[in-house]
Write a protein that binds this ligand. Structure first.
Ligand code: NAD
Length: 368
């Protein structure tokens, strides 16, 4: 039996192009590092709609529930814009997150030295930046009831509800403390306890989890609006940031952009531990299917490759191999090999998606 099972869902647009490069990387770790992967592949998003008439077939969902990790490319595209909401490519992605109950969304914001000039902030503020945002993903304002648009006193009223149970806060807090333990023992929790009752409960629960299980971790609390300011003022003060679904949506995008390009940003979504002790997990780049560049060999595969590095670390407990892969990307960038999204100097010759993947393989070979 294989050591690690993976379901690959390339999806649409550049999702298929960047995933081709990840496949090469998986094969490299299989043949050169003895990691035994059992890889199966299926469709999601528009590609699944074209074949199965639904953005995620039940049989694909069943496979996702069984494997150690799902690797997803990207979904969506103009061809599917007019579909009914229930059939849109994004519904496939949302179904996986919901049915696997992937409640902890990990969004690293790491600034590769070679890309420090890409940030909108000054180089010395972002250079060496390495933070991790843990965003609660399956509850809060985006899911709370009641919700909807009604009419009251002859005018329309829009309603959404920010709602969290103790157990929902506790499980994502534990995930964040565990992560802080693997990194630098430092966690900052962000909410709005000054104006929201949910924030007061959030702070209480995080304190309780800290006291009873993780007293060695340095815990701080910050109002989320201040957190946004601090992220652009002095981002290196943070290591792991824990926050809810709504604030996390904004804070993680803000932190991610400190590092430059969408083509460099990975993510992981983790759920409860399975019988084998591994968490339910899906790994995917932050970017979408980029219809404007699809089929042109211009996509940067780094975000998807770095998502696989997260799988090595968080699903397969291969932290050293994850670091090897991250270092390989770092050295490729440092040598000046860049996809078009990372071009800086006029006259720079960009490499294609495939050439970028090949360069990462060369760097991996050099690491042996
Ligand atoms: P996008 O992320 O696809 O693209 C935004 C811009 O960034 C584009 O100019 C694109 O060319 C560029 N870009 C993105 N990834 C890149 C990469 N790896 N290398 C180089 N350049 C890259 O966002 P969008 O244009 O708003 O959305 C396009 C489609 O993707 C829509 O259908 C949207 O719904 C979908 N989408 C899917 C996901 C997902 O699958 N998780 C996320 C966001 C958007």
């Amino acid at each position: 039996m294989s050591q690690y099972s993976i379901l690959i869902l390339p999806g649409d647009g550049i999702g298929t192009e960047v995933m081709d490069e990840v496949r090469k990387i998986i094969d490299w770790f299989d043949s050169k590092r003895g990691l035994d992967f059992d890889v199966i592949e299926d469709l999601v998003g528009g590609a699944a709609y074209d074949t199965y008439g639904t953005p995620l077939a039940d049989s694909t969902m069943d496979k996702a529930q069984e494997v150690d990790a799902v690797l997803l490319g990207a979904v969506g595209g103009p061809a599917y814009d007019d579909l009914d909401f229930s059939l849109k490519p994004e519904r496939g992605l949302l179904r996986i997150r919901k049915e696997m109950d992937l409640f902890a969304n990990l969004r690293p914001a790491q600034c590769f030295d070679a890309l420090a000039d890409f940030s909108s902030l000054k180089k010395d503020i972002v250079s060496g930046l390495d933070i991790m945002i843990v965003r609660e993903l399956t509850s809060g304002t985006y899911f709370g009831e009641p919700r909807g648009i009604t009419t009251e006193n002859n005018e329309r009223v829009g309603v959404n509800t920010m709602r969290y149970t103790e157990s929902e806060i506790e499980r994502v807090a534990r995930a964040a403390f565990e992560l802080a333990k693997r990194r630098n023992n430092k966690l900052c929790s962000m909410e709005k306890a000054n104006v929201l009752e949910v924030g007061v409960l959030w702070r209480d629960i995080v304190e309780e989890v800290h006291k009873s299980n993780y007293p060695e971790i340095e815990l701080s609390h910050m109002y989320a609006d201040n957190g946004a300011m601090q992220l652009v003022r002095q981002p290196k003060q943070f290591d792991v940031i824990l926050t809810d679904n709504l604030f996390g949506d904004l804070l993680s995008d803000c932190a991610a952009m400190l590092t430059g390009s969408l083509g460099m940003l990975p993510s992981a979504s983790l759920g409860a531990k399975m019988e084998n002790g591994r968490p339910k997990a899906m790994y995917e780049p932050v970017h979408g299917s980029a219809p404007d560049i699809m089929g042109q060999g211009k996509a940067n595969p780094s975000a998807c490759i770095l998502s696989f590095a997260m799988a090595l670390r968080y699903s397969f407990d291969q932290g050293d191999e994850a670091t090897r892969l991250e270092n390989a990307i770092q050295s490729v960038l440092a040598s000046g090999i860049r996809t078009p999204d990372l071009m800086q100097i006029e006259g720079d010759v960009p490499v294609s998606t495939t050439e970028m993947g090949d360069a990462v393989i060369d760097a991996l070979n050099n690491s042996l």
